[in-house]
Design a protein around this ligand. Structure first.
Ligand SMILES: [Fe+2]
Length: 1247
C-alpha cells in the first residue's frame, strides 16, 4: 500500500540527523498541527480503540488479540501483507487519559521493523474550535539497511505523522459531525481509461476549470483558468483498488472549507462503463450549520462531478451499443480490466474550485462569485458543453517522422486481446516476456499511463535508456513511445525516435505483433547497424510473447522407419536400439525398443508440435540396455517444405544410417466459424478438440517415457535436493524434502500397476472423444448442466453432491468429511477472528458469544499468502467462520457464519448467509473462492507435500540403513511400497519441470504451489503433526470435547491411531528389551539421522533414546503413510469431479461495487473446459481403490504372530463398526464416510 506513497515521497527534502541513523539509535519525531475542531470533539475519536483502528487505514488484516477497546487492548496487523515474516506487528493501547487527553500505543514485542515503538498523541485546547494536537513517535528501528532506515524516518516525518492526525479528523468530521456526502455515477468509458487520469497525481484534467498542476512530493498546486490556485495533498492512493484520496485545508475562497477530503474510487460496471463513487468530507469554513451548508455545497460538487461524466464518457447510447455488440450484459459487474482507449486528455478535479474562462465568458458567473453561484449556474453550462468536448477528435500525437524505418513483426498464437493485455504494461511487468533488460521502472510518480516515462538498463550493453509512452489505444491495440535519452550516449546521434507497436488479430487465436520505428540518424552509414540492434530488441519482445503463449506454428509428422549398420560398443552385447526424437524446444518422443539388432525397424509415427522457435529436430538412437546413445543426427526444419513429404536417410554421428519420413505442416490461418458451430458461449469446438488431443498425447508420451526410464542404473538409494528452476530461480526448491533420485529398479511399478494406470488413462481418453459432444448436447436448462458433461457411462457422477453442493450445510460438511478435513479449527481466541467478522451473528448470538459457548469454528487459508499471484487467475487467502447450529432433539450440525476473502486495510467485505438474501451470486462466488483456495492448499500442502514428498526420505533411509532382517525394516517395508515410484511419476508429470500439468490447472500454478509448500515446510515439525497432536492443535480430541458431531475423520482416525499404537508397541516391546537396546541400535540411530539430516524431514527425532519415543515415532510414520494419505487422497474423485464444487482455479476476483453479480459471470470465472477435464482425469486416476489395504498386511506375521493376529482382528472389528455406522448414515439419507474404513486404507502412499 504505502509503496506508491513512498515512491512519491521519493528523495523528499528532509533532514535526518546522523545520530538517528545509527543502528540501534532511538529516533524521536514530533509533529504539531492545529486541527479545526474543538479539542473535546477531536478527543472523542479516541473513545474506542478498535473502532478507531477500523476507520484508520494503512493496517492490513487487522485482528483484535485481546481487550474491548480500552487500555490494554491489543491488535495485530500486517505492515506489508506480501511479506508476512517481516511485516507482522502487534500493538497495545498503553494509555488513554481523558483528563490530559493523552493517548499512546506501543509495540508489543519486537519485529523486523522495530525493536520498540511508541506513538503518543496529545490533544490540547487552544480556542473554542481549534485543537492543538501533538503527535510523537519514539522508536528503535530493526531495519538493517541504513538507507531503508533513513527512508522510514523520512516517511514518518514527511507523511505519516500528519496523515495520522488528519485520518482521525476525517473520522470525527464524518462520524461525529456528519460532514459527508457520497456521490455515485456511471461514466461511459473504461475504468482503466478514467484511472489513467485520476490515478496520476500530475494530471488534473479531471478537475473542472484547471489549466495544469505542479506536483511536488505529496502536494499538488492546481492552476485554474482564472489565475487562482489551490493546493491539495495526496492522502492515499491504491492502484489495485482504483482508489485516490486527497485533501485540502483552509481555503475559504475556493473550497469554502477549513478541511476537505475527497475519496474517489472506480468500479467497473462492464468493460465500457465505470461506476465512480466519490465520498467527500467537509468542514465549512465559517462554522455555518452543516445542514445549511450542504444545501448549496452538495449541488455545487455535483456539478463538478457531472462534468467528469461529460468529459470522459461517451454517449450512453453508444455504450449500450458497445455492450450489446460484445454480448456483454450492460449491468454485468466485473473487475476485469477492459480495454477501451485511454486518453489523458484535459483533466478535472472532482471538487469544486473555481470556474474557468469558458464559464466566465459564457455563463456570466465568474469564479469570483465563488462556488455558491456556480452551484446555481454552472450545471447548465456543463451539460451544454458535454457534446462539444466529446465530439473533439482524439488521436495519436503527431510526431516528426524520421527518415529511417525499422520494422519487425511476427505472429503470436494467442487472441489479440490476451496478447495485448500481456504486452500492455509499460513498466517492470514487461520484463516477464521481454528478457533483454536488467531492470525497468516507471519513473515517479509511478503510474502506468500515457505520458509516463520508463527507465531501463539493457542486459547486454548496460545502457541506461529512458522512453516516454506517447500514446496507447487499448481498442485499436496500438502503442507509441519515444526515446528520451541514452546513457552513455550512442556513438551516432539519433533523433525523432518514435516506435509504434501494433497488434492485429489474424484469427481467433493468432495475433500479428508489429514494431515500426522511425528515426533520424546523424551518420547515415550507421543506420543498418542501428536497425539491426532495434530489430533484435523488438524480436526479443515478440519471441518472449510467443514463448508465453506457447505458440504452435505447425506440426511435424515423423515416421521413424528403421536404421542400418548401427554401431555397437565393445563386443559383448548386441544393441537394443530405440530412437528418441526432440524438436529443439519440445518434449522428447520415444519409439519402442528393437531387441538385439543393428538393423532395427520401428515404423512408428509421431506428431511433434513446432513453435516459431523450433529450429531443428534431433534424432538420437539409444541403446536400451546401456542407457547410452549410439548415434545422433539433426535435421534443420528450414530445409523442409510445408505440405510436402520428404524421405531422408540420415547419417548418424557415431555410425550407421537412420531412415525417416518427415511431413511438415505449417498452420493456415484458422477458418471463420460457421454460425452453427458455436455451441456454448466461449467454447469453440473445432479449436478445443485439438487442444484436448495434444494434451492427452503429451500425457501419454510422458507416461510412456517414464515407464521407459524406469530402467535406472541399479539398486542404490540416494537422497538428492531438488535443484532450482532456471525459470524461477527465486523459489528455493532445495528446501523441499529430499528425493530419491535416480529411481532404483526395485521401485519400478509392477506391470499390473502400470497396466491399471494406463487402463484408466486409456479409458479416460476414450471417454474424452465424446466429451465435446456431451458438452454440446448438455441440457441448458440449469446453469450447471454443462459441468455434468464430464460424467458419462464410464465416469460415474456423484449425484448427491451435484444436488446439494450449493447448500451451506453441504459446504460446511465437506470440512468435516470431505477431501480436506485438515483445516477446521475450534476458534478459542478472539485474536483468530478478523475485526470485520466480529459483527456476524447466528442463532441470536454474536461471533464472540458463539466462541464462548465453544460453538465457533474457523478455517484460515493463511498459507495461500505464500503463493505469488498468477496472471489470469485470481485467488484469495480467505477466512471462513462456521458455527455449531443447535437443532431440535439435541442434534447439531456445522453451519455457515461468514467468509472474508481479503485481508486489506480497514474494514474487509464479509459474505454471510445474510448477504445471500440480497446478493446470492456473490455469496456463492465467495464460497467458490474458498473451495478454490482449499483445493490448492489441500493438494500442495496436505497431499503432495506432507504425505507424498514429506515421507519419501523415510523410504530411502529405510533401504539405506536398516538391513532387511531388521524388525523395524520388516515392520515398515510394506508401508513404503511404491511410494518412491509414484513420487517419481508425480515429479515427472504433475509437477514436472518439463511439463507441469498442474500448472494450468491450479490457481497458484505449479511453482506458486511449491513456493507455498516450501514456506509452510519451514514451519513443519513431524512429531507435532502426529494425528492426536495435530487434532489437539486445532481444538479436537478423542473425547470429542469440542462437541462437534459427524467429524468422522476425527472419530475413525483416533480409533485407527490406537490400533496402530498397540501394534507398534507390540513390535517394539518384542524387538527391544530395554531403552538401552534402542540407544545401542546403531542402524536405527543412523536411520533417524538420515531422515532428519539429508532427508530434510523437519522434526523427525535425530536420536531415539527410549522405547516410548520409538513407538510414538513409528506410529506416526505408519499412520501418516496409510490413514492420513488415504483420507486426503481417495476422496478426490468424489469431490473434485464436479468442478463447480471445487474449482482448482477461478479467472475472476470478487466483483466490487454494490450490486450482485450475474450467474453468467460465475460461469465465466470457472476454469476452461480443457483444464477441468484434466482435473477430472487426475482425480479419477488418483482415486483408484487400493489393492493393498492395511487389512491385508503381513509385515510381522511370521516374526511376531501374536502381535499380527491382534492387529488384524482389531482392524476387522473397526472395519465392521465403520460399515455399520455408515449403513445407519445412509438410512438417514446422509453421506457415509468410508475413507478410514481399514479395508479402504492403503498400506502405503502408492497413488
Ligand atoms: Fe496420493
Amino acid at each position: 500500500m504505502a509503496d506508491t506513497l513512498r515512491t512519491l515521497l521519493g528523495e523528499a527534502e528532509c533532514e535526518v540527523l546522523d545520530s538517528q541513523l545509527k543502528d540501534g539509535a532511538e529516533v524521536k519525531l514530533t509533529h504539531v498541527e492545529n486541527i479545526p475542531v474543538s479539542a473535546e470533539l477531536y478527543w472523542s475519536a479516541f473513545r474506542d480503540f478498535i473502532e478507531l483502528q477500523l476507520n484508520w487505514k494503512r493496517h492490513e488484516n487487522l485482528k483484535v488479540l485481546k481487550g474491548d477497546g480500552g487500555v490494554g487492548t491489543e491488535i495485530s496487523f500486517y505492515y506489508n501483507l506480501l511479506d508476512l515474516k517481516d511485516g507482522q506487528r502487534t500493538q497495545r493501547l498503553r494509555e488513554k487519559n481523558d483528563s490530559t487527553r493523552t493517548w499512546s500505543v506501543e509495540e508489543v514485542g519486537t519485529n523486523n521493523l522495530y525493536r520498540s515503538y511508541l506513538m503518543t498523541i496529545k490533544v490540547e485546547e487552544t480556542e473554542a474550535a481549534l485543537a492543538r494536537v501533538t503527535i510523537s513517535v519514539c522508536f528503535v528501528s530493526a531495519i538493517k539497511n541504513e538507507k531503508e532506515r533513513r527512508h522510514d524516518i523520512v516517511y514518518h516525518k514527511v507523511y505519516l505523522l500528519g496523515a495520522r492526525l488528519r485520518d482521525i479528523l476525517n473520522f470525527v468530521v464524518r462520524e461525529k459531525l456528519d460532514g459527508k456526502h457520497r456521490f455515485e455515477m456511471d461514466v461511459v468509458c473504461s475504468r482503466r481509461k478514467l484511472w489513467g487520469v485520476v490515478g496520476n497525481f500530475h494530471n488534473v484534467s479531471w478537475v473542472m476549470g484547471t489549466t495544469h498542476a505542479e506536483a511536488t512530493g505529496l502536494r499538488r498546486l492546481m492552476y485554474f483558468h482564472n489565475g487562482r490556485t489551490l493546493e491539495v495533498r495526496l492522502a492515499w492512493v491504491d492502484d489495485s483498488d482504483y482508489l485516490f484520496v486527497y485533501e485540502g485545508d483552509n481555503s475559504p475562497d475556493v473550497l469554502h472549507c477549513k478541511y476537505y477530503r475527497g475519496r474517489l474510487q472506480l468500479f467497473a460496471v462492464n468493460p465500457h462503463k465505470v461506476k465512480v463513487v466519490y465520498d467527500c468530507t467537509f468542514l465549512p469554513v465559517n462554522d455555518e450549520p452543516l445542514e445549511e451548508f450542504k444545501q448549496w455545497f452538495i449541488p455545487a460538487i455535483k456539478t463538478r462531478f457531472d462534468w467528469i461524466q461529460g468529459k470522459f464518457g461517451e454517449s450512453s447510447l453508444a455504450a449500450d451499443k458497445i455492450a450489446a455488440d460484445s454480448n456483454e450484459p450492460a449491468t454485468l459487474e466485473t473487475t476485469s480490466d477492459d480495454l477501451p482507449d485511454e486518453d489523458d486528455g484535459p483533466p478535472v478535479e472532482s471538487k469544486l474550485y473555481e470556474g474557468d474562462e469558458q464559464l466566465t465568458t459564457k455563463g456570466d458567473r465568474g469564479f469570483t462569485t465563488g462556488l455558491r453561484s456556480m452551484a446555481k449556474g454552472a450545471m447548465g453550462w456543463a451539460r451544454a458543453n458535454v457534446q462539444g468536448l466529446v465530439a473533439a477528435p482524439m488521436g495519436p500525437p503527431k510526431f516528426t517522422k524520421g527518415a529511417h524505418t525499422t520494422i519487425a513483426s511476427d505472429n503470436v498464437m494467442g487472441p489479440v486481446e490476451e496478447v495485448w493485455s500481456v504486452f500492455r504494461p509499460f513498466g517492470r511487468d514487461c520484463m516477464e516476456y521481454w528478457k533483454i533488460y536488467d531492470s525497468m521502472e516507471i519513473e515517479a510518480p509511478g503510474n502506468d499511463v500515457q505520458g509516463c516515462i520508463r527507465a531501463f538498463v539493457t542486459s547486454k550493453t548496460k545502457s541506461k535508456i529512458r522512453e516516454r509512452l506517447e500514446w496507447r489505444d487499448d481498442e485499436a491495440h496500438v502503442e507509441i513511445y519515444s526515446l528520451l535519452s541514452m546513457d552513455p550516449s550512442p556513438p551516432v546521434e539519433m533523433t525523432n525516435v518514435y516506435t509504434t507497436v501494433t497488434m492485429t488479430a489474424v484469427g481467433e487465436k493468432e495475433t500479428e505483433v508489429k514494431f515500426e520505428c522511425t528515426f533520424d540518424a546523424g551518420l547515415p552509414i550507421a543506420v543498418p547497424s542501428i536497425q539491426d540492434n532495434q530489430k533484435g530488441a523488438y524480436m526479443a519482445c515478440i519471441h518472449g510473447l510467443q514463448q508465453l503463449f506457447h505458440s504452435e506454428v505447425g506440426t511435424l509428422e515423423v515416421v521413424v522407419r528403421g536404421a542400418s549398420n548401427l554401431a555397437v560398443s565393445g563386443d559383448k552385447y548386441k544393441v537394443d536400439p530405440y530412437v528418441m526424437l526432440v524438436a529443439n524446444d519440445g518434449k522428447p518422443a520415444i519409439t519402442k525398443v528393437c531387441r538385439g539388432t543393428q538393423h532395427p525397424i520401428w515404423d512408428e509415427r509421431f506428431a511433434l508440435s513446432l513453435t516459431s522457435r523450433t529450429r531443428n529436430i534431433v534424432f538420437t538412437v539409444m541403446d536400451y540396455n546401456k542407457s547410452k546413445d549410439i548415434g545422433t543426427s539433426i535435421v534443420d526444419i528450414a530445409e523442409l517444405t510445408s505440405g510436402k513429404e520428404e524421405t531422408m536417410s540420415l547419417d548418424l554421428q557415431g555410425g550407421g544410417t537412420l531412415n525417416v519420413r518427415l511431413y511438415l505442416k505449417v498452420h493456415q490461418k484458422p477458418k471463420q466459424l460457421e454460425g452453427g458451430e458455436k455451441v456454448i458461449p466461449g467454447i469453440m469446438l473445432p479449436f478445443i478438440a485439438p487442444v484436448f488431443q495434444s494434451e492427452l498425447d503429451t500425457i501419454r508420451n510422458e507416461f510412456t517415457h517414464l515407464i521407459m526410464s524406469f530402467l535406472g542404473p541399479g539398486q542404490k538409494y540416494g537422497l538428492t535436493n531438488t535443484a532450482r528452476l532456471r525459470s524461477h530461480p527465486e523459489v528455493p526448491l532445495e528446501e523441499m524434502p529430499a528425493a530419491c533420485i535416480p529411481l532404483p529398479t526395485e521401485e519400478m511399478f509392477s506391470p499390473v500397476k502400470i497396466g491399471r494406470l494406463m487402463q484408466r488413462l486409456a479409458e479416460f481418453i476414450a471417454s474424452q472423444a465424446q466429451i465435446m459432444m456431451r458438452y454440446a448436447q448438455a441440457k441448458r436448462q440449469g446453469m450447471w448442466d454443462p459441468w455434468k458433461a464430464n460424467f458419462s457411462g464410464y465416469l460415474p457422477a456423484n449425484e448427491k453432491l451435484i444436488e446439494t453442493w450449493q447448500n451451506d450445510e453441504e459446504f460446511c460438511r465437506q470440512f468435516l468429511q470431505g477431501i480436506n478435513p485438515m483445516l477446521l479449527t475450534v476458534c478459542k481466541e478472539q485474536s483468530q477472528i478478523p475485526a470485520s467478522m466480529l459483527g456476524l451473528r447466528a442463532q441470536d448470538k454474536t461471533a464472540l458469544q458463539l466462541m464462548e459457548e465453544n460453538r465457533l469454528f474457523i478455517v484460515d487459508y493463511a498459507p495461500m499468502l505464500g503463493a505469488p499471484p498468477t496472471p489470469g487467475k485470481f485467488f484469495y487467502a480467505p477466512i471462513v467462520l462456521m458455527y455449531k447450529e443447535e437443532l431440535a432433539g439435541g442434534k447439531s450440525r456445522l453451519n455457515m457464519l461468514g467468509i472474508q476473502l481479503t485481508r486489506k486495510t480497514g474494514k474487509n467485505k464479509v459474505y454471510s448467509p445474510e448477504t445471500a438474501k440480497t446478493h446470492p451470486n456473490k455469496y456463492m462466488f465467495a464460497k467458490m473462492h474458498v473451495m478454490s483456495a482449499d483445493n490448492n492448499v489441500h493438494q500442495f500442502l496436505y497431499h503432495l507435500g506432507y504425505t507424498h514428498l514429506g515421507m519419501e526420505p523415510i523410504a530411502v533411509s529405510l533401504h539405506t540403513h536398516l538391513p532387511p532382517d531388521h524388525p523395524i525394516h520388516r515392520l515398515l517395508l510394506p508401508h513404503f511400497k511404491d511410494t518412491i515410484g509414484i513420487n517419481y511419476l508425480a515429479r515427472h508429470s504433475l509437477v514436472s519441470r518439463i511439463f507441469p500439468i498442474t500448472d494450468p490447472m491450479f490457481a497458484t500454478s505449479t511453482v506458486g504451489g511449491l513456493h507455498m509448500f516450501i514456506k509452510e515446510w519451514r514451519k513443519y515439525r513431524f512429531m507435532d503433526m502426529a494425528f492426536p497432536e495435530e487434532l489437539k492443535r486445532r481444538g479436537f480430541d478423542e473425547e470429542k470435547s469440542d462437541g462437534l458431531e459427524d467429524y468422522y475423520f476425527r472419530d475413525d482416525g483416533f480409533k485407527l491411531w490406537n490400533i496402530y499404537k498397540d501394534y507398534v508397541t507390540g513390535v517394539v516391546e518384542a524387538a527391544y528389551l530395554s531403552d538401552k537396546d534402542v540407544v545401542a541400535d546403531e542402524a536405527l540411530q543412523q536411520f533417524c539421522q538420515m531422515i532428519e539430516g539429508p532427508g530434510q524431514l523437519h522434526g523427525f527425532p535425530r536420536e531415539i533414546s527410549n522405547k516410548q519415543l520409538l513407538i510414538d515415532c513409528l506410529t506416526n510414520i505408519i499412520f501418516n503413510v496409510s490413514a492420513q494419505h488415504s483420507a486426503v487422497n481417495f476422496p478426490q474423485y468424489d469431490y473434485y469431479s464436479f468442478i463447480p464444487n471445487r474449482p482448482a482455479q477461478l479467472k475472476m476476483e470478487m466483483p466490487h461495487g454494490p450490486n450482485d453479480m450475474l450467474e453468467s459471470a460465475i460461469l465465466e470465472a470457472l476454469p476452461d473446459v480443457k483444464f477441468t477435464s484434466l482435473q477430472v482425469l487426475l482425480s479419477y486416476m488418483l482415486s483408484m481403490p487400493t489393492q493393498t489395504a492395511i487389512t491385508e498386511m503381513e509385515a510381522v506375521k511370521k516374526l511376531y504372530p501374536d502381535v499380527h493376529e491382534t492387529f488384524h482382528a482389531q482392524l476387522l472389528d473397526l472395519s465392521n463398526d465403520i460399515k455399520g455406522r455408515n449403513e445407519g448414515l445412509k438410512g438417514e439419507g446422509k453421506v457415509a464416510y468410508t475413507y478410514l474404513d481399514p479395508e479402504n486404507v492403503a498400506m502405503s502412499i502408492d497413488i
